[in-house]
Design a protein around this ligand. Structure first.
Ligand code: AMP
Ligand code: MG
Length: 414
């Protein structure tokens, strides 16, 4: 049997993303509830932020024409706390003002209270000469009326919720959440909680993939239906896929995508639709499947299918490389690229692999990267110890001191 040619990630990803048409349906949600959702509208500002010139200090609003020299005495004629509006300021006058309060007409600077001395309750001495504009926050310096402040396809985060609120938006239009059916294949799998460690049968292992896959999908804004473990039988797999296709946008499985006798995913998906089984030139990883499962109601179209390898680290990394951009694209996110930072390897990796490798590493206090000793695709400890991966090109060795490309899990998983 000849081995199929390996497909590079750079070829596979665009092919995959070509299928990820944004889901139809837009939801109006409270801005409070919109963290992590993807905007399905442009957000334009109907106002200036801040709305008016205002003080950035507690002090006195003055006319700089009056304060060309140090030690000038000014009459304090009004008091302007935040939330109130002062009256025009005359020559020789100062207004007691507080942070965030609007600058009164006629004033063109604020003296901070540390730079003046109250001589008597209605007379202040300005200790330094003043420059126009000092300690004033200008109207519109954050947002100008008519500006586009957030774009269609932006993923909302706490800062963007604050920005939307600052221009008065209590609700936002966001993309529908992808509905994802998740199941694991493998007769060896048992669920933590169902069987105690001391009672585990020979050959059994706990289902770990289900836990991180579900958590990662949820972080990416998906609604997850957990369909549990499907036995390694063709009919059961077909049935599970057919049932799951009805109410979901994507079926995600782990395990069973190799081409062994116990790998039933391929024939099952083919019986219900189409499947591309790829051998990717990545490590960990390699077997990965994308296909479409026709829904029982044919007029409802097809449901996306993605099959990940069973080895936990392979599953974890292929999810981040392929499923993450796919489910973001389903929500209308336009740029799903992840930043690779140049950092220094504090380790040697003397054996080049013909596949592109994702080595689990950890940043150290010296600004370099340490390597986890066991890079096997079954060793999930590597992904917990590590805080990211080195994206190492195919055929590349690494020597201590080399510059490598680091991807942070914190960012990749967010
Ligand atoms: P497979 O891709 O089904 O051939 O599985 C490859 C390896 O990953 C085997 O050693 C499986 O026991 C293991 N494996 C498959 N699914 C899971 C899972 N959900 N949790 C932990 N290990 C798994
Ligand atoms: Mg299996």
């Amino acid at each position: 049997m000849t081995r199929p040619a390996l497909l590079s990630l750079d070829e596979a990803l665009p092919q995959l993303l070509a299928h990820a048409k944004p889901l139809s349906g837009v939801h109006r949600v409270s801005t409070f509830e919109a963290d992590g959702r993807v905007l399905a509208q442009e957000v334009m500002s109907a106002l200036q932020v801040p709305p008016q010139d205002n003080s950035s200090m507690d002090g006195y609003a003055v006319r700089t024409a009056d304060c060309q020299l140090a030690g000038v005495l000014l009459r304090v004629t009004q008091r302007i706390p935040a939330g109130s509006q002062g009256s025009p300021l005359g020559q020789g006058e100062a207004a007691r003002i507080f942070t965030g309060a609007p600058i009164p007409e006629g004033a063109d600077a604020v003296v901070m209270q540390e730079d003046c001395e109250l001589v008597e309750p209605s007379c202040v001495k300005v200790l330094k000469p003043m420059l126009a504009g000092q300690w004033i926050r200008r109207s519109g310096e954050d947002v100008t009326r008519g500006d586009k402040v957030l774009a269609h396809g932006d993923r909302l985060n706490p800062a963007s919720l604050g920005l939307a609120a600052s221009i008065g938006l209590a609700h936002l239009q966001v993309a529908a959440r992808p509905r994802v059916a998740l199941f694991s294949t493998g007769d060896e799998l048992v669920m933590p909680g169902d069987v105690a460690p001391e009672d585990m049968a020979a050959g059994a292992i706990y289902n770990s993939n289900r836990f991180f896959l579900r958590a990662m999908l949820q972080r990416l804004g998906c609604e997850v239906t957990d369909l549990g473990i499907v036995p390694d039988q063709r009919e059961a797999t077909v049935q599970a896929l057919r049932d799951a296709s009805a109410g979901h946008d994507l079926i995600l499985t782990s395990g069973g995508v190799s081409v062994g006798e116990e790998d039933h995913i391929k024939p099952a998906v083919q019986a219900l639709g189409t499947l591309n089984l790829w051998q990717l030139a990545i490590k960990p990883g390699k077997p990965f499947a994308y296909g479409q499962v026709n829904r029982p109601d044919l007029s409802a179209g097809a449901c996306h299918f993605m099959g990940l390898p069973g080895n936990p680290v392979s599953s974890f990394i292929t999810f981040l490389l392929l499923v993450r951009p796919f489910v973001l694209a389903l929500q209308g996110v336009k740029n799903t690229d992840i930043i690779r930072t140049e950092l220094t390897a504090h380790f040697d990796w003397p054996r080049a692999d013909k596949r592109r490798e994702f080595l689990r590493v950890k940043r150290n206090a010296q600004g370099g990267l340490d390597l986890f000793a066991n890079q096997s695709s079954g060793v999930l400890t590597s992904a917990v110890w590590g805080d990211g991966v080195v994206d190492n090109p195919a055929g590349q060795t690494i020597a201590k001191g080399d510059t490598v490309h680091f991807i942070s899990f914190a960012e990749w998983l967010s």
